[in-house]
Design a protein around this ligand. Structure first.
Ligand code: ATP
Ligand code: MG
Length: 251
């Protein structure tokens, strides 16, 4: 098990969004998270790397094991330095080229030499099919290419866990396929991933395990074939039906 989250709780003011969410991810596994808008999917990812401060729960991540309420600075630093996030809106540095975007983390976070950082970054950009776009600025790249730079940037740091938050939601339909292909290849290479997506067919295809988040809790979970093919809960069926995954369901 690379990551285990126990009874994660998170409130914004009096609004409790996560009411005790527990799950785990094995090394090299892909965990998919689905749920309606506002159900707290992004909040889970943001709590894992402390972009949001969780209220309570327990975290086991690689060789760390700590209680959220008594987490120390080193625990938070550990979570941040061994996870990487890919956002819906790419979040690239506007005034840096594709190559410089990927190099940045290696130079600043990993304190590598420029030569080393450039060598690794070139190799990873080639892996995501951007060998001919290294000197381009984000505004000179398509949405799909920008997202591939963002994925390359995450990969460059060789994190123990990559978290992707709706990585294709901001893309034009014709760009979605190329980004999904890259993510599929990353999964095949054995990277551990946590993916939030509305692309149910993709989740069905790539995930080893799927969580359906509803009402602040995991309402149902299982292998994609079971969750998508034979959902047990009425609310799962309703959600999937709305997402056009299953055409009819019996109550
Ligand atoms: N910083 C914040 N302050 C107050 N409320 C917040 C904050 N961030 C999120 N929320 C609330 O928490 C709830 C869950 O938000 P979250 O972004 O995790 O949902 P989501 O499942 O990712 O939705 P979507 O599919 O639309 O991205 C929402 O009701 C949202 O308004
Ligand atoms: Mg979200």
């Amino acid at each position: 098990m690379i990551l285990q989250i126990d009874k994660l709780r998170k409130s914004f003011g009096s609004n409790e969004i996560l009411k005790g969410v527990s799950f785990s991810i094995g090394e090299g596994e892909v965990l998919g998270v689905i749920g309606s808008s506002g159900s707290g999917k992004s909040t889970i990812l943001r709590c894992i790397n402390y972009l949001e401060k969780p209220n309570s729960g327990r975290v086991r991540f690689a060789d760390r094991d700590f209680d959220i309420e008594t987490a120390e600075k080193q625990d938070i630093r550990y979570m941040r330095s061994h996870t990487a996030m890919v956002f819906q809106q790419f979040n690239l540095f506007k005034y840096k080229t594709a190559l410089e975007n990927v190099m940045e983390g290696l130079l600043v976070v990993r304190k590598q030499s420029k030569k080393e950082a450039e060598c690794i970054s070139r190799e990873i950009l080639a892996r995501v099919g951007l060998e001919n776009r290294m000197a381009y600025y984000p505004r000179e790249l398509s949405g799909g290419q920008q997202q591939r730079v963002a994925i390359a940037r995450a990969l460059a740091l060789d994190p123990k866990l990559i978290m992707l938050d709706e990585p294709t939601s901001a893309l034009d339909p014709e760009m979605i396929g190329e980004v999904l292909d890259v993510i599929r290849n990353v999964a095949k290479s054995g990277k551990t991933m946590l993916i939030v997506s509305h692309e149910m067919n993709f989740i069905n295809d790539i995930a080893d395990h799927v969580l359906f988040l509803d009402g602040g809790l995991i309402a149902e979970e299982g292998a994609p074939s079971a969750l998508f093919g034979n959902p047990q809960q009425e609310r799962t069926r309703l959600f999937l039906r709305r997402a056009n995954i299953i055409s009819d369901y019996s109550i």
